[in-house]
Ligand binder design. Sequence first.
Ligand code: GLA
Length: 506
Amino acid sequence: MKSSLKAFLACALALGALLLAAPRARAAEFNGVWRLDDVKPWGVTLHTFIALHTKGGVLEGAVYPNGSGDVPIRSPHVEGADTVFGMDWGWTFHVRPDGGNLRVKVIYGDSGSSEGVAVPVGEDALKPLPALPLPALRSIPDNGLARTPPMGWNSWNHFAEHVDERVVRETADAMVSSGMAAAGYLYINIDDTWEAGRDAKGEIQTNAKFGDMKALADYVHAKGLKLGIYSSPGPLTCGGYTGSYGHEEQDAKTYASWGIDYLKYDWCSAGHIYPESALRAGYQKMGEALQASGRPIVYSLCEYGMGDVWTWGPLVSGNLWRTTGDISDNWKSMDSIGFNQGKLAPFAGPGHWNDPDMLEVGNGGMTPTEYRTHFSLWCMLAAPLMAGNDLRSMSPETRDILTNREVIAIDQDSLGHEATRAFASNGIEVFTKALSDGSVALGVFNRNGGEAPASFTWADAGIPGKAAGVRDLWQNADIPETDGFKGTVPGHGVVMLRIKLEGQVK
Ligand code: GLA
């Protein structure tokens, strides 16, 4: 080996050793449990705990963001004066010791960053609160609500923590002025981050983003709309705000006194207290409380599809239940959720619906073609239609998608059937759904990125009988009768048809 190469290798080895040693040398300074406070301008302080220890000289541990459970840290390494590690949520932490505290910078993927000082706290800070007694399982009577999938708007997908009273009022205004209300959208739902703590009597308080919740409900009701709210069976919501743990009845009464019409109840921190087998009893507890509140309140179970919720959701008087984790505003997320719901079809019906999560239509991460597919698929699935965009500033194109009445009619059909996949071939998927007038809705979906041909007969799609009329629901036009489909579908696009059958009763 040439001596220059030898010298280079020696140098590289020494540098490598130095890099490896660096995190080991510093690791001990990070040992312990640290609390990082996030003081919100609306008078709420959220806590993230960081628990670190060294094993074999290497930094290990977990982050507990906003009251969530432990998310293990990944790939600790040194960058200049900082020790840097990631965690599964895609956040990156830069930490450095600072006079007995830790100076921390958190980078939230591509959605900004924050800086603060984490103080040492005891191990007890990580102890979950005790499990509370849960009711013995029984079947709660159907609350009679949501005979068709609920339609409305929810703040989370677009506004997240930036929802406030003004946004809610302006959204109610826009719901009416845009024609959304006339197309059937009814609920204005405030998701997480409206909560403050509790007063001396245990009453849940709104934070400074929301003034008088009753007055807000009055405003929304005066527009002919309904108001929804959000909580968790755990002590903390997914965002780290106050949940209903131990206050279920009290909160249900408070919601009723405010005039709330819809509750999304999100498992979140309850998952660190109760085993998955307690899901049904946990949801039953609030189901009972809502029914005892004296006000009809739609009950939306948000548990990310855990515990085969579709088998017991109706028994806790749930009107809808999440079947998956959170959707995001991109094709991959929408595609993997939307096209994997088929086996759940038998569990949907009037009063109780599978919920593949809220709509992303109009939020900017997909093309109009993809949003039409997203909307069509949700309508075929008889999914709740919760718009998740900013209704105050939506484009005419977004509005036209969300208010296409012929497509909405497929979602809202009184039979309450959820579409099933007739067949899939080369990225083309055909879904059919029986409708109350005897006709059949048929969606030809193209999951490929590029345009693709499709050719099949109605019989191939399992449709019994001969077509007596075919309507294209995005063209809003009748098309010549055929005994099948022959054409192309744009990449990530859809053709939605309503097929009237010969001899159809209605
Ligand atoms: C969970 C839910 C979301 C939203 C957030 C709020 O992630 O699945 O829909 O409600 O919590 O923190």
